[in-house]
Write a protein that binds this ligand. Structure first.
Ligand SMILES: *[C@@H]1O[C@H](CO)[C@@H](O)[C@H](O)[C@H]1NC(C)=O
Ligand SMILES: *[C@@H]1O[C@H](CO)[C@@H](O)[C@H](O)[C@H]1NC(C)=O
Ligand SMILES: *[C@@H]1O[C@H](CO)[C@@H](O)[C@H](O)[C@H]1NC(C)=O
Length: 397
């Protein structure tokens, strides 16, 4: 048989396969956070919190587990997702979801949505589609010093507690570092901080996306300004549909979908490919270019965690010095536990160790073999390898 005939046969075969293999859609596909929580039998509460700088944030609560037990005091836990993620990413792994596990263990679970993400696109004055430049003018710094205290104070007020547990993934950790170094009076409000794939010092990150932004900061900024591309990767129903069609268990393209995940967050054998279309139903959920540019500045800062660099003249006005000042991580006195994967392209061991060495009360610094940046939230073995540790640790605080 000639090569030509063979390739025609292969093409024909694939076409027939695609046409006749029905997509095997996971029943959780297309469900939003409320639908996921209620489907699994948990109560859902929808709260809104306004920050000092006017952003109106959605805060989603699972107040108790499937068995309601009134005598039991439920400690509040605030969970902050990483960039591009939302409250849904803590409840989209079925029974293995951290949000569900904590609720069933008797915690009062509060799932945050940072400014600009799907459920937090409101502001007292600004419209994210119209006042683009102003609405998207923020980085992890602003999430840390505005979103976090607003959420935290709201929860402590509602629950009449003095302290809470905090779990932050990726950006959710650097938000915490920014808050407690800038406003150290907040340290005492944290019973324990758990950082999953915690980004802090960042010079040894291996992400090509971050490397690319760092290398072409000014060129990209010019394009962003010209075409008003301040928002990046908002929630996309189209992407959700594409992922249901091409990433489901019957699709010959599922491997390509997994490959795209690995490019973004690092390789691993921990990705449950069946759940890709469930994850993409709600994620990515939007971020700002300024946030990524700030991350890229930290990356090229040569071992510092500086504030946003506006250029010499603006820095002089904003900070009173030509270079942006650094966050003072030694101001962080709240107890901190860090978990990260050995294949994480954002969290290198050197960077994590340096972050840990600066803070005063690090109680755990655990490196998990084979895990990547998101496996600490949704890896196949995450319950056994990370969550069970966290549950034990939380009991001690
Ligand atoms: C929460 O309430 C807001 C305001 O009423 C509403 O726009 C939003 O859809 C609700 N969120 C969910 C997840 O249902
Ligand atoms: C992946 O997720 C599916 C659907 O929730 C589940 O049935 C399956 O057991 C998971 N696979 C592994 C290896 O955990
Ligand atoms: C950082 O904070 C520590 C502890 O409060 C303090 O001793 C030190 O002077 C601060 N460093 C800078 C550069 O502000």
């Amino acid at each position: 048989m000639s090569v030509k005939v063979l390739s025609v046969l292969v093409l024909l075969g694939s076409a027939i396969y695609i046409l006749f293999s029905f997509p095997k859609v996971h029943p959780d596909c297309g469900l939003n956070v409320k639908q996921l929580i209620e489907k699994y039998g948990f109560p859902f509460e929808n709260h809104t919190v306004t920050t000092e700088d006017g952003y109106i944030l959605a805060l989603h609560r699972i107040p108790y587990g499937r068995i309601k037990n009134n005598d039991h005091k439920r400690e509040p836990v605030l969970i902050m997702p990483g960039t591009f993620a939302t409250s849904a990413d803590w409840v989209n792994m079925g029974e293995n979801s951290l949000g569900f596990i904590l609720a069933d263990r008797g915690y009062d679970v509060w799932l945050a949505n940072y400014r600009g993400s799907t459920w937090s696109r409101k502001h007292v004055k600004l419209n994210p589609e119209v006042n683009k430049e102003q609405f998207w003018d923020w980085s992890f710094h602003d999430i840390g010093i505005y979103d976090l205290p607003a959420l935290l104070d709201y929860i402590l007020h509602i629950t009449k507690e003095e302290k809470l547990f905090y779990i932050g993934h990726s950006q959710g950790a650097v938000d915490f570092f920014a808050l407690n170094s800038e406003k150290p009076e907040y340290n005492k409000k944290f019973r324990l901080m758990i950082g999953l794939a915690p980004v802090g010092y960042f010079s040894n990150a291996k992400s090509s996306f971050v490397h690319f932004i760092a290398a072409y900061q000014n060129e990209i900024q010019a394009i962003v300004d010209r075409y008003q591309l301040y928002e990046i990767l908002p929630h996309s129903p189209l992407l959700a549909t594409i992922s249901q069609t091409f990433c489901n268990d019957n699709s010959p393209f599922q491997g390509i979908c997994a490959f795209i995940f690995y490019l973004a967050v690092g390789h691993s054998n921990q990705l449950n490919k069946t759940l890709i279309p469930v994850i993409v139903s709600n994620t990515p959920a939007g971020s700002s270019f300024k946030h990524w540019r700030h991350a890229a500045q930290v990356y090229i800062s040569d071992g510092k965690v500086p504030k946003y660099d506006y250029g010499e003249q603006e820095n002089l006005k904003k900070y009173g010095q030509p270079y942006p000042p650094e966050y003072n991580l030694t101001q962080i006195t709240a107890p901190v536990a860090l978990y990260y994967g050995a294949n994480d392209i954002f969290c290198a061991q050197e960077d994590i160790d340096k972050t840990a060495s600066m803070m005063r009360n690090v109680v755990v610094n655990k490196r998990v073999p084979d895990f990547n940046h998101i496996d600490v939230v949704c890896g196949i073995d995450v319950v056994k390898v990370v969550f069970s540790d966290i549950l034990k640790l939380m009991k001690q605080y």
